[in-house]
Design a protein around this ligand. Structure first.
Ligand code: ADP
Length: 501
């Protein structure tokens, strides 16, 4: 078993869970893949196989979609009251909270992130998301509408709208926050009354599969949530293209987001996308420098830079540039990189060999194009997928390391001279997911926030998430919003009912 030696005794529930090949959840039953195939998931701290998982493909997706269809069209789920539905989602949150330690450990083993982070962020945020969405189940209301139809003079109408669930939803999620991304997707879908086929990322399927066990325990009817692990090009593509799916919700790369849009054209299913980013984090010279430096470091190094909203372009007003770069580089050098199970670790490994290659490739290209590393810049030798936290300077705006999403702990620090120039350069990106602003000047902060083309702007903070705060992208960073009440629009549709009195 590929678990790194560690000062922490791993919970026996976790070791038992990963000791057996994990099956997939279809129609309330745990089943093997139709093909009988399994695939390995790796421990990124060691590069060794962590567990074997049933490999879903087109045939399994078809069974899961049909189960979700049946549960939506004729199962008890659709006849439940909104309150009963909300209670189940709340119960799920309670169960997840009871198993906090187990989920945090699974997440660390499968994804590599520090256990301290999984405990403090991933699992509590997922619990909170389910609770927030549970409350919405009873608040999805329509409106009454006064009509003034010109061609039926004198007629009186009673017109109103209903908000109804969109139906069977396919959800495809990434590996950077495996449990939390499952919660972001499942919470609003279930609160709205949809049924779901979820495909976790092939790199990190374990926490979603463990979550699957809690649905039956919470009392969800069979077929409401189906979980099919497998690869993107096979299981994911089959789900995106399936004709009985009413909506597909995807979080991942912009490149795959475009494939999802194409795949969805067959039956014109609804599509929502939460995609990549290359987010500008802007430090003005009047900022609280200690806070800005700490914030800039955490904006890029949190979760090893494997965040779609990572502050990967650090724009600093020229008089403060050297101080900020020195400060962030010095923080980068002090980051303890190691196994996520070690309580002293600040940063774990990248999620996979492929991701390590991708990040190292960007570092090489950046250096070849003339960038310099103020800290880091290299892979850390030895077992596991470790890379140094890196601050690049002397970049040019056209360079790949400034234009493209690296999805690793690599920030390009860039000086600017005035706010107009800053806005042009910060907005010069195909992405528009998030941005940060550090300044004492409230008026400048809000003027800049209004002009940044991004779905989220953090002022004097970064990476602040809350189930109530909508999150999503401008431009090629996506369609629609996750969380908040906005996300419910993605899982409901409006029916207008008009009666002549
Ligand atoms: P990354 O490149 O960071 O791994 P991806 O966008 O490739 O991110 O993956 C996000 C999710 O999309 C994963 O669950 C993956 O399996 C899935 N996926 C990848 N390719 C496809 C595809 N062609 N169709 C549907 N899903 C896909």
């Amino acid at each position: 078993m590929g678990i790194a030696p560690s000062p922490i005794q791993i919970d026996s529930r976790v070791t038992d869970f990963i000791a057996k090949p994990r099956k997939m959840l279809i129609d309330g039953k745990w089943v093997n893949a139709v093909s009988g195939k399994t695939f390995p998931t790796y421990n990124p701290a060691t590069g060794e196989v962590l567990a074997q998982v049933a490999e879903g493909d087109r045939a399994d997706i078809d069974l899961a979609v049909k189960a979700a269809r049946k549960a939506f069209d004729s199962g008890p789920w659709s006849r439940m009251t909104a309150s009963e539905r909300g209670k189940l989602v709340w119960k799920l949150a309670d169960l997840l909270e009871e198993h906090m330690e187990e989920f945090a450990t699974l997440e660390t083993l499968d994804n590599g992130k520090p256990l301290t982070v999984a405990r403090a962020a991933d699992v509590p945020l997922a619990v909170d998301l389910f609770r927030y969405m549970a409350g919405w189940a009873t608040k999805l209301e329509g409106t009454t509408i006064p009509l003034s139809v010109p061609y039926t003079p004198g007629a009186i109408y009673h017109a109103y709208t209903l908000r109804e669930p969109v139906g069977v939803v396919g959800q495809i999620i990434p590996w950077n926050f495996p449990l939390l991304m499952a919660a972001w997707k499942l919470g609003p879908a279930l609160a709205s009354g949809c049924t779901v086929v979820l495909k976790p990322a092939e790199q990190t399927p374990l926490s979603a599969l463990r979550l699957g066990e809690l649905f039956a325990e919470a009392g969800f009817p069979d077929g409401v949530v189906n979980i099919v692990p497998g690869y993107g090009e096979t299981a994911g593509a089959a789900l995106a293209a399936h004709d009985l799916v009413d909506k597909i919700a995807f979080t991942g790369s912009t490149e795959v987001g475009k494939l999802i849009v194409h795949a969805a054209t067959g039956n014109l299913k609804k599509v929502s996308l939460e995609l990549g980013g290359k987010s500008p984090n802007v430090v003005f010279k009047d900022a609280d420098m200690d806070a800005a430096i700490a914030g800039a470091a955490s904006a890029i190094f949190f979760n090893h830079g494997q965040c779609c909203c990572a502050g990967s372009r650090l724009y600093v007003e020229r008089p403060a540039f050297d101080r900020v770069v020195e400060g962030v580089a010095s923080k980068a050098k002090k980051i303890k990189v190691g196994s996520g199970l070690d309580p002293a670790t600040h940063m774990g490994p990248l999620v996979s060999e492929e991701q390590l290659q991708r990040v190292c490739n960007y570092l090489e290209i950046g250096m070849a194009e003339g960038a310099k590393a103020a800290s880091g810049g290299r892979r850390i030798d030895g077992k596991g997928y470790f890379v140094e936290p890196t601050v690049l300077v002397e970049t040019k705006d056209y360079m790949k390391v400034v234009q493209e999403e690296i999805f690793g702990p690599v920030v390009a620090a860039i000086p600017f001279d005035n706010p107009e120039e800053l806005l042009t350069r910060a907005n010069d990106s195909v992405y528009g997911l998030a941005a940060g602003i550090w300044t004492h000047d409230v008026s400048k902060a809000h003027r800049t926030a209004a002009l940044l083309r991004a779905g989220t702007v953090w002022i004097n903070c970064y990476n602040i998430f809350d189930a109530a705060l909508p999150f999503g992208g401008y431009k090629q960073s996506g369609w629609g919003r996750e969380m908040g009440k906005d996300v419910l629009n993605l899982y409901t549709q409006t029916k207008a009912v008009c009666t002549r009195l």
